[in-house]
Design a protein around this ligand. Structure first.
Ligand code: MUC
Ligand code: MG
Length: 366
């Protein structure tokens, strides 16, 4: 089996309401669908969410790097030779989500070729994950309403609250309202997307002490090295690296230098191959991981649960798998469902990403 061509298809699907956070906001899923075609007629599929404020990639840059660099360099390669594909793509620096999507599409092809679900090829630990829902910036009363709705409608009991606002009172108050309104049975953790300084984050942790928070993600820019290490040393809850740790090398640097002591794994930027390397580093060092969300569509969320459910360590914590519910539509032919707070993997060969071609025709922009 040989890679014949790779399609990078831009499409746009509006959100029903925007998601706002410290480093940006999303109103429309302006993504790129990646399809890797082989000479024997198989098609591997993955989704790419451009995040210029996180990785510097745009819809156009993803299409360009795939069309002009990766597609010609990967043509003729056997999709089973993933390590060769990794080395070819490594010749181009950065472009993490473009690389991640190509890798996921190759795994999808391998699964289809051998007639096995990819979650089985990756590890096969279990067949579902608990869902964590990400709450964007909103007035505290609306946040509580949203969380209650997710608990009642979907059985979700873990929430990641987007923070990093100034004045700090806004986020401290939001945590208090959520905890008082939801009670002690729900898990709440924070993600500041670098919105604070490390010292501001310390103040928020002091002021929310006793409210049962379980983690704080990317409190400040990781390059604020000295104060961040002080924060990590003094915090009683894990400080999670997210955008500071997109690659295995970044994970090593930040863990070894004390910039974080837990890691968010996102298949959208690491694919399955680098996500496996990152997970190995973390389990070897005894570091907790969370399966994160790059504001993924159903296609991206299916990739996340496929990887997350495959390994014991990545399914321990709830995975961020629900923000596709804020989209007005999706390209996945058979919709993902959250039942009793969980999402299931698909027991079909590959990742199970069947595209609704009519919808793709409606939303594609090329
Ligand atoms: C997160 O965990 O930071 C915000 C931007 C993005 O790409 O992912 C999110 C969620
Ligand atoms: Mg994050």
């Amino acid at each position: 089996m040989k890679i014949e061509r790779i399609e990078a298809i831009p499409y746009a699907i509006p959100y029903t309401h925007p998601l706002r956070f410290a480093s940006g906001e999303v109103h429309t899923a302006s993504h790129v669908l990646i399809r890797v075609h082989t000479d024997d007629g198989l098609v591997g599929t993955a989704d790419t969410p451009p995040r210029p404020y996180t990785y510097g990639e745009t819809q156009k840059s993803i299409i360009t790097v795939v069309d002009e660099i990766f597609a010609p360099q990967l043509a003729g390669l056997d999709p089973f030779d993933r390590e060769k594909a990794q080395r070819v793509m490594a010749r181009t620096v950065h472009n993490d989500t473009a690389k991640g999507a190509v890798d996921i599409a190759l795994w999808d092809l391998i699964g289809q070729a051998v007639g096995t679900p990819v979650h089985k090829l990756l590890g096969g630990y279990t067949d579902s994950m608990r869902v964590s829902h990400m709450l964007g910036f909103r007035p505290a009363a609306e946040l509580l309403e949203e969380a209650q709705r997710f608990r009642e409608q979907y059985g979700v009991t873990t929430f990641k609250l987007k923070t990093g606002r100034r004045p700090l009172d806004l986020d401290v108050e939001a945590v208090r309202v959520l905890r008082e309104g939801l009670g002690d049975d729900v898990e709440i953790y924070l993600d500041a997307n670098r919105g604070w300084t490390a010292n501001e984050a310390m103040e928020v942790l002091r002021r929310t002490d006793g409210l049962g928070l379980t983690a704080l993600e990317e409190p400040c820019d990781a390059s604020e090295a000295m104060s961040r290490r002080r924060l990590v040393e003094h915090s009683s809850i894990p400080i999670v690296g997210d955008e500071s740790v997109p690659t295995p090398g970044d994970v090593s640097r930040e863990l070894l230098s004390g910039g974080c002591n837990a890691v968010c794994i996102k298949t959208a930027r690491s694919g399955f191959t680098q996500a496996t390397e990152i997970l190995g580093l973390c389990t070897g060092l005894g570091v907790d991981v969370t399966m994160g969300n790059q504001i993924d569509t159903q296609i991206g969320s299916l990739a996340t649960v496929t990887f997350g459910a495959a390994h014991e360590a990545s399914q321990r914590r709830a995975g961020e798998l629900s923000n596709f519910l804020d989209m007005s539509d999706d390209l996945l032919a058979e919709p993902l469902e959250i039942i009793s707070g969980r999402i299931h993997v698909r027991d079909v060969p590959g990742v199970g990403i069947a595209i609704d071609e009519e919808k793709l025709a409606r939303y594609r922009q090329d």
